[in-house]
Design a protein around this ligand. Structure first.
Ligand code: TMP
Ligand code: ASP
Length: 241
């Protein structure tokens, strides 16, 4: 690790720890071996999970950065840590759905597994105590969670990320069913794609078998949870070889 010595713990979340470095513009993100679902109601520890999500998320952010997406990710430092720009996170979770499953099926009673004629974008207010409620853009504007120009940029980046990720995963026989993004602003005011992109934050279905290769295996007690994460990493690490 070059210029970034790990200093003190800034924040511990459900799946990651954030550390300051000797550079006020960067943080070290350490991926934990913890699984949580349903707002932390269901928990488990699985050795090796942090490593897999760090490897997968780093590879995806590398790919997005190479394709011009502004990202907080700088570099993977070791098996469980990455260096990223220090950002202030917008309290929004931006979800894109290409195929119906999960909360939209429960909330609206629509059929599961429907391929949507175009991608659906949803905003959730990031607040654990409120269980991340679904909101409209107007809520975000009126309550000051994001400005109009920020929302515009966030939507543009999100659509671009969806296109890039669909291609990326299609090339390794995985359907990108849905995913969640988070955004932040760095110390210079740049709006950047942040957080992680991994089987914790996306739904991946095997094109050929329909197998679930993501955190739904944990949420729904389907078994072989880490095998699925391992399989995603195996396919990504062999890309282009
Ligand atoms: P949902 O169907 O449960 O709303 O999830 C939509 C997508 O967002 C799915 O890919 C999982 C991801 N997600 C998160 O990353 N964090 C969360 O807290 C939730 C609820 C979903
Ligand atoms: N990320 C949330 C939790 O850890 C919910 C989920 O992903 O199902 O509780």
């Amino acid at each position: 690790m070059s210029q970034a010595a790990q200093k003190s713990l800034i924040y511990e979340g459900k799946a990651k720890r954030l550390y300051s470095t000797d550079d006020p513009n960067t943080v070290l993100i350490e991926y934990k071996d913890s699984f949580t679902a349903f707002n932390g109601e269901k928990r488990a520890e699985m050795s090796g999970k942090g490593r897999l999500n760090n490897l997968i998320s780093s590879a995806i952010f590398d790919y997005l950065a190479k394709n011009g997406v502004p990202v907080h990710f700088i570099e993977r430092v070791d098996e469980v840590r990455q260096l990223a720009a220090r950002v202030k996170i917008f309290p929004l979770e931006v979800v894109v759905r290409n195929i119906t499953t999960g909360s939209i099926v429960k909330r609206l009673g629509v059929a599961e597994g429907m391929k949507l004629p175009r991608s659906l974008m949803e905003f959730y207010y990031k607040d654990d105590a409120l269980k991340d409620p679904l909101i409209t853009e107007d809520h975000a504007l009126l309550f000051g969670w994001a400005a109009e120009a920020d929302l515009k940029t966030i939507k543009e980046i999100t659509l671009r990320v969806n296109d890039l990720l669909k291609d990326f995963f299609e090339s390794i026989d995985i359907m990108l069913v849905d995913f969640k993004l988070e955004f932040g602003r760095d110390n210079d005011g740049n709006l950047l794609l942040a957080d992680e992109i991994s089987p914790d934050t996306c739904r991946f279905w095997d094109v050929l078998t329909g197998d679930r290769l993501d955190k739904d295996r944990f949420r729904k007690n389907l078994g072989n949870v880490l095998d699925a994460y391992e399989e995603i990493w195996r396919r990504i690490s062999r890309m282009g070889k």
